[in-house]
Design a protein around this ligand. Structure first.
Ligand code: FAD
Length: 451
C-alpha cells in the first residue's frame, strides 16, 4: 500500500475533487493544509475568518470519516516535505495552482520533494478548463472573451467525481497542528463556510437560476448566486455547477454559464500575463495622468463620497466582505474616472476586504473598468453614479439598506439625490465632486494618451 499526502489549497472539499480521488486510490492519505504566511498575512479579516471556518468544516467532514485535517503553519517548501517525511509519503497530490505565486511556490515544493524522493502529482485545477488550454486555430491565446468562451466550451470538461471511499486517513501528531480560530471582527457578517453550505446555497439558487439574466444586475434583489466565495476556496468545483445546469436552456442558465466562463477567461489571461496582476495589461494606460491617492481615496473607502449608490456599495463591502457585481463596476469607475486614482489602489482595497477576493477576477475586473484590460470597457464609457443608481436600484431599496442616513423614506424621499436640506437633516455628506466636470477631466486626460 502506498502512503500519500493530499495537500489541500483552493479545493477545500471532499466531493468532485480529482486530486483527492487520485490520493485515495493509493490507500493511506494524510490530508494537510499549510497556513502560508505569504498568503495569510495580506488576506484581510474577512478571508482569514472565512478560511479558518472552511478548514474547520473540512476537518469535521474528515472526522465523520474517521480522519481529520492536519494544519501546519510556515513556508510550504519546508512544511510539506516535513509532513511527507513524517508519514513516509511517496506522493504528494495537489490540484494545480495557475496563479503567479502558486506556480512558483509549487515548483519550489516540487524540487524540494524530489530531493527527498517524493513525487508531486498535479490533478485538475480550480477551473473547468485549466488555464493555458484554450487556444485559437493558430495556437495563440484569446484576447477577446466571446471567442474564448466558445472555444472553452468546445474543450469541455469531465463529469464530476464522487468523494473517495475506503481511504485510511492519517494525521500528524496533534501537538504540531492547529486549525486557527475563525475570528470574525465585530460588525462583519460573513457567509457560512464549508462544502455543505456551498451545496445548500447552490441548491437554493438553482430554484432562481431561470430569472438570473433579468435579476443579476439588480442589487436590490437577491438575484445572483453568491457562489463566488465557495468557488474561491474550492468548496465546490465549477464543473459541478456546470453539470447541475446540465441541459437547462433558459436564458438565466445560459447567462450563468457565461459568467463562469468570465472567471475562467480571467484566470487564463493572468496565467499568460502574470505581470497583469500589478501592471497595466495595455501598457499605454500607465501614461495616463492620475492623481496621487490621498484623502479622496479614504473618503471612497469609507463610503462618504456623497454619491449614495457608491457609498452603499463601499459600505456593503465593509459590512459583509461582498459587493454586488454592478456595484463593483460603479465604485471602480468612480475611483478611476471621477477621482482619477489608479486602479491598483482600488484593487488592493477590494482584496483586503472581499471574502471572495481573487487575484485574477479582481484585478482584471478592475482593469476592465479602467479600460486598460483585455476586452475591457472603453475608457470613454464613464458611469454616471446617479443614473446608475436610479436605473439598477429604482426604488432605492439597496441604498436605504446600506446607507443608514438615507434609510427613512419619510425623511429622505429621494435616496439617490437627497437635496441639501435633507442631507443636513440626516447628516449625509454633500457630493464630493461634480460628476460632469470630472467626467470631462477624465476624457481630456485620456485624449492626451490616445494614439
Ligand atoms: P454571480 O452573478 O452569481 O456569478 C456566478 C459566478 O460567476 C461568480 O461566483 C463568479 O465566479 C463568476 N463571475 C461572475 N461575474 C464575473 C466577472 N465579472 N468576472 C469573473 N467572474 C465572474 N469576482 C470574484 O470572484 N472575486 C473577486 O475578487 C472579484 N473582484 C471583482 C472586482 C471588480 C472591480 C469587478 C467589476 C468584478 C469582480 N468580480 C470578482 C466579479 C464579480 O463581481 C463577482 O464574481 C460576483 O459579484 C460574485 O457574486 P456572485 O457569486 O453572486 O455572482
Amino acid at each position: 500500500m502506498v502512503v500519500s499526502l493530499m495537500w489541500f489549497r483552493r479545493d477545500l472539499r471532499l466531493s468532485d475533487n480529482p486530486a483527492l480521488v487520485e490520493a485515495g486510490a493509493d490507500g493511506e492519505v494524510l490530508p494537510l493544509f499549510v497556513l502560508d504566511p505569504r498568503l495569510w498575512g495580506p488576506a484581510g479579516p474577512s478571508r482569514r475568518a472565512y478560511l479558518a471556518g472552511s478548514l474547520r468544516s473540512l476537518d469535521a467532514s474528515l472526522r465523520e470519516r474517521q480522519g481529520g485535517l492536519s494544519v501546519v503553519r510556515g513556508d510550504p517548501v519546508r512544511r510539506v516535505v516535513q509532513a511527507a517525511r513524517a508519514v513516509g509519503a511517496e506522493r504528494v497530490h495537489v490540484s494545480a495552482d495557475f496563479g503567479p505565486y502558486g506556480r512558483e511556490r509549487d515548483e519550489a515544493v516540487e524540487q524540494a520533494l524530489a530531493d527527498a524522493g517524493v513525487e508531486l502529482v498535479r490533478t485538475g485545477s480550480p477551473y473547468a478548463v485549466d488555464p493555458g488550454r484554450v487556444r485559437n486555430g493558430s495556437g495563440e491565446p484569446y484576447k477577446v472573451f466571446t471567442p474564448f468562451s466558445r472555444a472553452w466550451n468546445d474543450v469541455g470538461w469531465d463529469a464530476p467525481a464522487d468523494a473517495p471511499t475506503g481511504v485510511s486517513w492519517l494525521r500528524l501528531d496533534e501537538d504540531t497542528t492547529e486549525i486557527p480560530e475563525p475570528r470574525v471582527p465585530e460588525g462583519l457578517e460573513l457567509p457560512e463556510p464549508g462544502e455543505a453550505s456551498a451545496r445548500r446555497q447552490w441548491e437554493e439558487f438553482l430554484d432562481r437560476v431561470d430569472d438570473y439574466d433579468t435579476d443579476r444586475d439588480r442589487p436590490d434583489r437577491d438575484g445572483t448566486s453568491r457562489m463566488s466565495v465557495h468557488l474561491k476556496y474550492g468548496e465546490v468545483h465549477p464543473r459541478t455547477l456546470l453539470a447541475d445546469l446540465g441541459a437547462r436552456r433558459s436564458r438565466g442558465a445560459q447567462t450563468y454559464r457565461t459568467e463562469l466562463a468570465w472567471r475562467e477567461f480571467y484566470a487564463d489571461v493572468l496565467y499568460r500575463r502574470p505581470d497583469s496582476a500589478r501592471d497595466y495589461y495595455k501598457p499605454e494606460y500607465a501614461r495616463l495622468d492620475y492623481d496621487r491617492p490621498g484623502d479622496q481615496l479614504s473618503t471612497w473607502q469609507e463610503g462618504r463620497t456623497g454619491f449614495p449608490i457608491v457609498d452603499a456599495g463601499m459600505r456593503q463591502l465593509r459590512a459583509t466582505g461582498w459587493m454586488h457585481n454592478r456595484l463593483r463596476m460603479i465604485v471602480a469607475s468612480f475611483l478611476v474616472k471621477d477621482l482619477h486614482v489608479e486602479w491598483q489602489h482600488g484593487a488592493r482595497h477590494f482584496l483586503h476586504w472581499l471574502v471572495d477576493g481573487d487575484l485574477a477576477s479582481n484585478n482584471h475586473g478592475w482593469q476592465w473598468t479602467a479600460g486598460s484590460g483585455t476586452d475591457a470597457s472603453p475608457f470613454f464609457r464613464v458611469f454616471n453614479p446617479t443614473t446608475q443608481g436610479r436605473r439598477f436600484d429604482p426604488d432605492g431599496a439597496y441604498v436605504r439598506r446600506w446607507v443608514s442616513e438615507l434609510a427613512d423614506p419619510d425623511q429622505v424621499p429621494d435616496p439617490h439625490e437627497p437635496d441639501a436640506d435633507t442631507r443636513d437633516l440626516v447628516g449625509y455628506p454633500a457630493p464630493m465632486l461634480d460628476h460632469k466636470e470630472e467626467r470631462q477631466e477624465a476624457l481630456d486626460r485620456y485624449e492626451r494618451i490616445k494614439g
